[in-house]
Design a protein around this ligand. Sequence first.
Ligand code: BDR
Ligand code: CA
Length: 343
Amino acid sequence: ARPVWLDCDPGHDDALALILAGHSPALDLLGVSTVAGNETVEKVTDNALRVLAAAGQPHIEVVAGAAKPLLRAAPLLCAEIHGETGLDGPLGGPVLPPAPHGPLTGKAPMVMFERIAAAHQRLKAAAGAGGANSSSGGDGSGSGKEQPRVALIATAALTNVALLLALYPEVADMVEIVIMGGCLGVGNTGAVMEFNIQTDPEAARMVFESGIPLTMVPLEVTHTALATTSVLQRVRTHSPTPFLRLMVDLLMFFADTYRTVFKFEDPPLHDPCAVAYVIAPHLFKTELLRVDVETASSLSAGQTVVDIWHQSTQPKNCTVCMEMDVARFWDLQIEAIHAADRR
Ligand code: BDR
Ligand code: CA
C-alpha cells in the first residue's frame, strides 16, 4: 500500500477524507497533522482524534500543527458550514464520542518529516530490491528512474506544508503533494477564492512555487462529488449500525448548512476527492498547467490563477484535476465507510 500523510482541519468533508485514507486498501496512512482552518487548531485536532477512534483506528497518530496562517493574523474559520465544534451533528454540538487519548506532543513539521523520511526510506529500499532483481545484479540505484514518493495529502490551509518545506528542504525529493484547494473560476469563500487557499495565501504560494510534484483538486471537481439522497441511502444500508448512523448524521448536518449558505441541493464532499486521486488517479482527467497564487491583492488574495490557455512563460507547476469519475469516487468512499464500520 502507498504511504500517505494527511494534513487536515476536520471539518465534515475532512472527516470522510480521514476515513477514506485510513480504510482504503491501497493506502498506508502514516499519520495525521491538523491546522487551523474550519475551526481552531484545538478543535480540529480533537475532531481528527474522534474520527479515528470512531472509525476503529485510535492507534493512528495525530499531531497538532499551526494555530494561525504564516503571515495573516488569524484563520478565517467556517462555523457556518461545520458548526461550532467544526464537526457538529444535526442537534448542534458533537456527534462523535471523545477520543481515548490526545495528540502527540511534538511540533507538526518535525513529526511529519520524521514519519515521511522513514516511509521514504522503506520505499527506496523496496524499489532498490525490485531494481536489483530486474536489472541482472545491479544495486538498484543510479538507474536514472524516478524514485517512488510518499503522498502528502493536504485538505486544509497549507501552513503546515509550507513550514515542512521551509524547515526540511530535503523533503522535496521524498513527496508528491496532492491538495484539495483552489478553483479555476468561481470561489466559495470569496468571489474567486477557495477557502483553503484563502486561509493562508502565502503558505499556498510557497507550496505552488516549490517545484515539488503537485496536484490540485479544485472546486470545479469537488462540486461534482455531491452527497445525494441515494448516496446517503447507500451509506446507511438497510440495517445501520451506530457508526453508520453517525456518518449519516454528519452528512445530513453538512447538507443542511450547504443548503442554507450556498443553496446547494446536496453538499459537495470536497476533501475525499484529493484522497481518491492518490488511490486512483485514472479516475481523473488532468492538465499540467502553470498555477500562481495571488497574495497581494486586497480583492483576491488567495485566488489560484490557473493558466488554462498556456499563455504563461513560467514553468508548468501543477497537475490540475478537471473532471472526476463520480460514480467510482462514491464506490471508493462508501466501501471505506463500510470497512471502517466492520472494525
Ligand atoms: C474546503 O474548505 C473547507 O471548509 C473544507 O473542509 C474543504 O477543505 C473547501 O473549500
Ligand atoms: Ca478541509
